[in-house]
Design a protein around this ligand. Structure first.
Ligand code: MBD
Ligand code: FE
Length: 281
């Protein structure tokens, strides 16, 4: 029987940090002028804030200790993706005419198992949760179907845990790479994920608690949709009626990304259609 696992900040953070270093090892060559300008503006913003709020020595040392601890907990990927990435995504996709995207978040793993257009995501025999049939089509901005498009789908389980970042889950649980059929269609069987609470026992959790915030993201599906000659679409889909659509800790919800699954006629769970439109490169 499937039971709830306990994920700790230290475990999931350490894995997210390891993964990040594996996938983003190369150093970016950025002109000195740009580095200097951006670094100066960040530091000046901090200096201004210290003056405006008369930040004390005790507060300065507390922040220093907290920053050190974020690294020790491996929570820099989590911190950056929760509180910063949404603005980078906004700037990067500003020009697009096709589907809206959203942030990648800290739990993407490349190379998930390849699946046919009509498929079931890898899951446990008694995977808990409401079954979801998720179907649709991938097209370009003129509405032409994109056969052979790649949809990487990953999401949390019914307890809010991601495979490879929480103990006790099969390696590729609820992760797959789906290839669209000759008409650009896909038809994926999975389960509806649960709302996700970012780890509360690490440094990000300490910040949330100290600030009186909450740690929740609405339930979501993560996707990367791609096809040669088109821009990669990184997106998330959310569920209508979720109590955290309006106060996502990661500020990553857009109205275009909210789906409303309805009960299937045969009573075996829910179904929903969603189409993806990819911009040309
Ligand atoms: C998640 O699952 C997520 O998608 C983001 C953005 C941050 C933390 C956990
Ligand atoms: Fe997520």
């Amino acid at each position: 029987e499937v039971t709830e696992v306990k994920a700790t900040a230290a475990e999931s953070g350490e894995k997210a940090t390891e993964r990040f270093i594996e996938n983003h090892g190369a150093n970016l060559e950025t002109p000195k002028e740009r580095v200097s300008q951006l670094a100066t503006e960040v530091l000046t913003a901090v200096h201004d804030l210290i003056r405006r709020h008369k930040v004390t020595y005790d507060e300065y040392q507390a922040v220093k200790g907290w920053l050190i601890q974020v690294g020790e907990d491996g929570e820099w990927p989590l911190f950056m993706d929760v509180w910063v990435e949404h603005v980078v995504e906004e700037v990067a996709t500003d020009h697009r005419e096709g589907s809206k995207g959203s942030i990648e978040g800290p739990y993407y793993v490349p190379g998930s198992p390849k699946l046919a257009a009509a498929c079931t995501l890898p899951m446990r025999e008694d995977e808990p949760g409401t079954p979801l049939l998720f179907q649709g089509q991938v097209t370009d901005v003129s509405g032409h179907a994109l056969p052979g498009a790649k949809i990487e789908l990953w999401h949390a389980d019914d307890f809010g845990f991601y495979s490879q970042y929480a103990p006790g889950l099969p390696e590729w649980n609820l992760r797959g790479t789906i290839i669209t059929d000759d008409n650009g269609h896909f038809e994926i069987n999975t389960i509806q994920p649960a709302p996700y609470q970012i780890p509360t026992d690490g440094s990000c959790g300490r910040l949330i608690e100290a600030a009186g915030w909450h740690a929740w993201r609405p339930a979501h599906l993560h996707l990367k949709v791609s096809s040669p000659g088109h821009e990669l679409l990184t997106a998330q889909l959310y569920f209508q009626g979720d109590e955290h659509l309006e106060d996502d800790i990661a500020t990553a919800v857009k109205p275009e990304l909210i789906i409303a699954p309805s009960p299937k006629a045969d009573g075996t769970g829910n179904e929903v259609s969603y189409n993806f439109t990819l911009d040309p490169l």
